[in-house]
Design a protein around this ligand. Structure first.
Ligand code: SF4
Ligand code: SF4
Length: 484
């Protein structure tokens, strides 16, 4: 049985120690095993270049339904930890520990773990709903299963390897953008409520503003807060529904009441409501940008006439600033109309350029992979700044085939920037959806993926946030502002 002490000691080891979690969420450092990393295909021993120090106050997460894997330097073997005794002599079956990278950081390694449950989240939820219905009818006994029985899969986070050194925690991630505009000190300020109230009073019937007030206060959304602070990039949520049903959707509210971090707006705003919010922001903000589809609404191009008319009305009031459209690419012709009405920047979300895996993840209703690729070329033809929001997964994104597919689009002039986003899904299930090793080809690692694309296309931009296109100096900013 393994032993250890509460996190924080580091043990003076050269390499980071493995962390394990108790059922009550307590995190302990293993006294013998090193942190091991999961590349997405293999479990490997950690090397110093693979991890960076992270602040001690970043929250660590237990991963219920997993067992941690560490590396034993004395035997040269990887070991699954199935039982653990803490420094007070309490024995328990531990879970793996992970950290979720904050915006600006990109996961390079998964936590090394054995997943005990790889059931498709939808299937599990359906079973739970059926059981619940039977229980209500009295045909199934009430189970005392605790959280584990009710768990629909791991929540939607980017589970990233984390270990402990004498100097503090380290994690398998890297900085991929410049984060000064997103420092917490710039948001959640004491004057936020007053700003929100004043703005609502100036346009009291505007339901978009009312939604933004909820987003800024309850969901702590930075882009919603920017609307009330009248600066930089402001979000404009307009879409209550979507053309896809992604496995990792943050805003979808399934019938079975799975908790989601943000709730989609529950109505379709009018073009007038939308345009009033956009024009007000673009007329006043420094570095003005307004963004549709900023993360946790539905698909903004789903109701084409509304978005196009909203852009037209906004541009009738002001030509200032950038209108940015974040989309899943399902409606290329609506994107064209948006561009012609005055929308200058396009970001298309995509998890891979492999058609089969794209379909398995996006579960599109009435569009295809070809539409998504065509959306990029429409953006190019209409003179938009074109980015992709690439939902990365170590062990898949870093295939040379993925790099070749992206290179072709860059060479065609249909892609200026890659925004690297961590794919947030239940890793236990998602890894079972991926093709086997022999079908993946050569893997370069996520840092290698970025390096190789930079080598091939020196002017291709990388980051994790929307580019500051409205800043006069934007073109002089280095194509990559992170640290590999
Ligand atoms: S495209 Fe976006 S809004 Fe639609 S299901 Fe996928 S993640 Fe959710
Ligand atoms: S990104 Fe989400 S939380 Fe922020 S404004 Fe849009 S819908 Fe609201």
């Amino acid at each position: 049985m393994a032993k250890g002490s509460p996190r924080g000691g580091g043990g003076g080891a050269d390499r980071p120690r493995l962390l394990v979690a108790a059922p009550d969420g307590g995190v302990f450092e293993h006294d013998r095993l090193e942190l091991a990393l999961d590349t997405g295909l293999d479990v490997v021993r950690v090397a110093p270049k693979d991890v960076i120090p992270i602040p001690a106050d970043w929250a660590l997460m237990a991963m219920p339904g997993t067992r941690p894997i560490g590396y034993d330097p004395s035997s040269g073997r990887f070991e699954t930890v199935s039982s653990f005794v803490d420094d007070e002599g309490q024995a328990f079956s531990p879970s793996a520990v992970a950290v979720h990278p904050p915006p600006g950081y990109v996961r390079a390694f998964h936590p090394a773990a054995e997943y005990q449950d790889a059931t498709h989240p939808d299937l599990k939820l359906r079973r739970l709903a059926e059981e619940e219905a039977q229980r209500k009818k009295g045909t199934l006994p009430i189970l005392d299963g605790g959280d584990e029985a009710a768990r629909p899969g791991l929540p939607l986070w980017a589970y990233t390897a984390v270990g402990m050194t004498a100097g503090g925690p380290v994690a398998g991630l890297f900085l991929a953008d410049e984060t000064s505009r997103w420092a917490p000190a710039l948001f959640y300020r004491a004057d936020l409520d007053a700003q929100i109230e004043a703005r609502l009073a100036s346009d009291p019937d505007n339901r978009v503003l009312q939604q933004l007030a909820r987003c800024g206060r309850e969901y702590l959304c930075c882009c919603a807060q920017n609307v009330f602070y009248e600066r930089w990039e402001g979000a404009v949520p307009i879409a209550p529904a979507c053309t896809a049903a992604c496995l990792g959707c943050l805003s979808k509210e399934p019938a079975w009441e799975t908790p989601v971090p943000q709730k989609r707006l529950g109505f379709q705003p009018t073009p007038e409501e939308i345009a009033r919010v956009m024009a007000h922001h673009l007329e006043r903000a420094p570095e003005p940008m307004v963004s549709f589809g900023q993360g946790c609404e539905g698909e903004p191009t789903m109701n084409g006439p509304v978005i196009v008319e909203a852009i037209r009305q906004t541009r009738a009031r002001t030509q200032r600033g950038v209108i940015n459209l974040n989309t899943n690419g399902s409606r290329p012709e609506t994107i064209r109309q948006c561009a012609r009405a005055g929308c200058g920047a396009l970001r298309v979300s995509i998890n891979t350029f492999d058609r089969a895996l794209w379909e398995a993840y996006y579960r599109p209703s009435d569009f295809s992979f070809d539409d998504v690729v065509r959306a990029l070329y429409v953006g190019r033809d209409e003179g938009m700044h074109v980015s992709i929001n690439l939902l990365i997964w170590p062990g898949w994104t870093d295939r040379t085939r993925e790099i070749d597919a992206i290179s072709k689009i860059v060479e065609d002039g249909a892609l200026q920037m890659i925004q690297l986003r961590n794919l947030c899904v239940d890793p236990g299930h998602f890894r079972t959806m991926l093709p086997p090793r022999e079908q993946r080809g050569l893997l370069l690692g996520i840092k290698g993926f970025v390096s190789e694309l930079r080598r091939r296309h020196p002017s291709l931009r990388f980051g994790t946030f929307n580019p500051r296109l409205a800043a006069e100096w934007y073109r002089e900013v280095p194509a990559f502002a992170g640290r590999l």
